[in-house]
Ligand binder design. Sequence first.
Ligand code: LLP
Length: 440
Amino acid sequence: MRHLLPRSWSPATGDVRVGGASLSSLAGRFGTPLLVTDEAHLLARLDAFREAFGPATTLVYAGKAFLCGALLEHLDRAGWWVDVVSAGEMEIVSRAGLDAGRILMHGNAKPRGELADALACGVGRIVVDHPGEVDVLAGLAATVGREAPVLIRLNADVAAVTHEKVKTTGARAQFGMDLATAARVVADAATRAGISLRGVHIHVGSQIRDLSTFRRAAAAVVSFLEPVRSAFPERVDVDLGGGLPVPYLRDDATTDVDAYAAAILGGLDEARAADRLGDHRLFIEPGRSVVATSTVTLYRVEARKTLPDGTELIAVDGGLSDNPRPSLYGQRYEVLAVSRAGEGPERRFHVVGRHCETGDIVNEAALLPDSTVPGDLVAVPVTGAYAHAMSSRYNGLRRPAVVYSADGEAREVVRRETLDDLVACDPILSARPPGSPRHP
Ligand code: LLP
């Protein structure tokens, strides 16, 4: 189970701490649900990518996995770029003070206005997803008076195996362009005023367990580059996207950043050895594998009951609204006892969230102390990516807080939404006084 937990998670029994701070006291201080990040674990992940890929690789964090000011400060200091897909993400990253030249813009349907703003503020790269985008960018470049530094996104089928909803290459994928179309777009872009063609991008999908897929992705990009090499500058950008998986359940294998780097760098080395690559600059865009395992979500148990078939069920005070992944992808999570850590005997519980949806399930058979009752705290690991970032206010729930914990000190990096936040966009309700007594 250790591979699912923040490194500082200890002890196994008694008062469990993350980053030296007691989870029970954090729950008391910040409320639940609460995302708790082991900041040292997070920083070690940033270092692990740098060490595995070396100084020459451009590390681009996929902002969609999770963004906040504190994380962006760390990324900035560590020299990372950030990939954004909307004006909203762009605003978040810009406010954090990241140099626009280290922002990479993605999107399969980028609104014109967002492209214009990105160009005007001088983003580092814009990834072209469809042929028409070159026209739009050339036009905008003339208006804004700045060249668009572009990568061309390929959709090469490298037989990626993952959940259908996070596979981004193949015959029916809505991202990028097939190789023949991409070659035409390259030829067109190379001659256009206002377009600075820099390189090629591919993101085969997310949670790619078979690392040889990345080697195939590297090979696909290289074999695309060969016939069109003359269209690119001397040194071409090769962006291989993200997709390194993380373990969610105790039996899931750990995937190692070094093995990931070896697959990618090995793939490029083969091409280099065969003189097929030429001078290039490697970009990678990991998201999930940077932040996921640094974080756990703390929940309070609110209900326990026995179902008609004898199953013992516990329901926690969050779920679908703070982590839609079980409902979207059928992902299941481990559930760990916090206030009763180490207590025996254990039994299997069906653990669900509090939402009005039958799919709001955390785990159908979590092993927890039999003594678990309402009021107890439990933790769900590996929630640092695509949980808070995909959270909603479904059922009128307020998005939870996120705290970073290090050296026994915890700081709120995202505060919990208030009831006022919940009605803030409603002109009628936001003008009225609170309607019900508030319990903090
Ligand atoms: N680059 C591009 C162009 C992407 O579309 C993505 C993820 C990444 C990089 C980062 O991939 P990662 O390293 O995080 O696998 N909501 C889903 C994941 C969607 C991923 C979308 N694109 C989930 O919760 O599993």
